[in-house]
Design a protein around this ligand. Structure first.
Ligand SMILES: O=c1[nH]cnc2c1ncn2[C@@H]1O[C@H](CO)[C@@H](O)[C@H]1O
Ligand SMILES: [Zn+2]
Length: 379
C-alpha cells in the first residue's frame, strides 16, 4: 500500500477529478475582466476599481467582512453589469466554461431573475438568456475537451415578495434548463416561512427546491426550511451543529431531534467552507463543521457559493479540505457521489453520472500511483 502522504490527492489531481457542484451563484462567479468590460460596454460607472486584477482583490477583501449582510453588498456591482441579454449570455457561458475547466462535470448554478430587470428585460428573457449562455458554455467546454452539464436554479430574494412568481417561472422552465428553486439573501429577520406559498406551490407541482438556511441564523431557520417549507436540500445548513453535543474529550456525540432528522432522512447539506469563513459562519477551515459532520456521515456536499467573492473554485475548496482534514480520493469521491445523489436531475441520469463518469474518474486517479511516472507524463 502507499503511505498516507502519497495517497493524498495533489492539486493537479484534484483539478482533474470529476466534481459535482450544487451551490454556485451566477452573479457571484464572474471573471473580473468580464466585469470591467461589461461595465464599459453598458455604461456602469460605479465599479470600485477598473483594473481587473485590483477589482478581483477588491471583491475578495470586501466580502471578507465577517457578516453576511456586508458580504451581500458586493453583489450590487455584479448585478449592475448583468442587465442585458448579451451580458447574461456571456456571463453564463463563461461560468460553464470555467467550471468545466476546473473539472466540474455537473453543476447547478443559481441566480435571482428579479435582480436583472433594471434595463427592461422580462423575467422570461432573463431565464432564456442565461440558458442560452449555459448551452454555449457547454459547447465551448466540449470543444476544448471537457464535458459538463449545467442546470439552473431560480432564486427568489428573501427580503422581497416575488417568491411565488419566481417559483412559477421555475416551474414553467422545468425541463427547459431550469432544475429547481431557491431563496437567498439576508437570513436573519427573513425566515423561510415568509415564502411558504411558493414552496407549497412547488410541492403541489412535484418540483424541487433548496433553501439557504442555517448560515447566518441557526436552528429555527433550518427547522422551518425542512418542516414547514419541505426543502429537498439545505443551502449551507452548517448551524445544524448547534443541535449536536460533543463531549469535552471529543469521544461521545449526541444528536438532538433536528440533527437526527437531517441525518436519518439523508437531507443534503450544501457546504461552502470558504464562504462561511468570510461571513463569519465558521471561524477557520479546521473548525468548520464539515469535519464533524463528515465523521458523523451526514449527507454532505462541497460547494463554492461565490467563486469571485471567495476567490475560490471547486478544486480550491477540496485543496483546503485535503490540507486541513487529510481527505483522500475516497473522501473526495464520497462528497462527489453525495452531490450527484442530491442533484435535481432524474434518478436514471444521476445514476449514470455516478457509474459512468464519477466512479471511473476516481478509479483512474486512484490507480495512478501504480504506474511510475515517465518522461511522457511531463508533456
Ligand atoms: O451565501 C449566501 N447566502 C445568502 N445569499 C446569498 C449568498 N450568496 C449569494 N447570495 C445572494 O443570492 C443572490 C442571487 O444569486 C445574490 O445576488 C446574493 O444576494
Ligand atoms: Zn449561496
Amino acid at each position: 500500500m502507499t503511505s498516507e502522504t502519497t495517497n493524498l490527492p495533489t492539486a493537479e489531481q484534484i483539478r482533474r477529478a470529476p466534481k459535482v457542484l450544487l451551490h454556485d451563484h451566477l452573479d457571484g462567479g464572474l471573471r473580473p475582466a468580464t466585469i470591467v468590460e461589461l461595465a464599459r460596454e453598458t455604461g456602469y460607472d460605479g465599479l470600485p476599481e477598473t483594473d481587473s486584477e485590483k477589482l478581483g482583490s477588491w471583491f475578495r477583501e470586501a466580502a471578507d467582512s465577517g457578516s453576511l449582510e456586508r458580504y451581500l453588498e458586493t453583489f450590487a456591482h455584479t448585478c449592475a453589469v448583468m442587465q442585458t441579454r448579451d451580458a447574461l449570455v456571456r456571463v453564463a457561458a463563461e461560468c460553464a466554461e470555467d467550471l468545466a475547466a476546473d473539472g466540474v462535470v455537473y453543476a447547478e448554478v443559481r441566480y435571482a431573475p428579479e435582480q436583472h430587470l433594471e434595463k427592461g428585460l422580462s423575467l422570461e428573457e432573463v431565464v432564456e438568456a442565461v440558458n442560452e449562455g449555459f448551452r454555449e458554455g457547454e459547447r465551448r467546454a466540449r470543444a476544448s475537451g471537457h464535458r459538463i452539464r449545467v442546470g439552473a436554479l431560480l432564486t427568489a430574494m428573501r427580503h422581497a415578495a416575488r417568491a411565488l412568481e419566481i417559483a412559477e417561472l421555475a416551474n414553467r422552465y422545468r425541463d427547459l434548463g431550469v432544475v429547481g428553486f431557491d431563496i437567498a439573501g439576508a437570513e436573519a429577520g427573513y425566515p423561510p416561512t415568509r415564502h411558504l406559498d411558493a414552496f407549497e406551490y412547488l410541492k403541489r407541482e412535484n418540483n424541487h427546491f433548496t433553501i439557504h438556511a442555517g448560515e447566518a441564523f441557526g436552528l429555527p431557520s433550518i427547522w422551518q426550511a425542512l418542516q414547514w417549507c419541505g426543502a429537498d436540500r439545505l443551502g449551507h445548513g452548517v448551524r445544524i451543529i448547534d443541535d449536536i453535543q460533543v463531549d469535552d474529550d471529543g469521544g461521545g456525540v449526541k444528536l438532538g431531534r433536528l440533527a437526527s432528522y437531517v441525518r436519518d432522512k439523508r437531507i443534503p447539506l450544501e457546504m461552502c467552507p470558504t464562504s462561511n469563513l468570510q461571513t463569519g459562519a465558521a471561524p477557520s477551515y479546521a473548525e468548520h463543521p464539515i469535519g464533524l459532520l463528515r465523521r458523523l456521515q451526514f449527507r454532505l456536499t462541497v460547494n463554492t457559493d461565490n467563486r469571485l467573492m471567495s476567490g475560490t473554485s471547486m478544486s480550491r475548496e477540496f485543496e483546503h479540505l485535503v490540507e486541513t482534514f487529510r481527505y483522500t480520493f475516497d473522501d473526495m469521491q464520497w462528497f462527489t457521489v453525495n452531490g450527484m445523489k442530491s442533484a435535481f436531475l432524474p434518478f436514471d441520469e444521476r445514476l449514470a453520472m455516478i457509474n459512468d463518469v464519477i466512479k471511473p474518474g476516481y478509479a483512474e486517479l486512484k490507480s495512478e500511483w501504480l504506474f511510475p511516472k515517465g518522461p511522457a507524463d511531463s508533456a
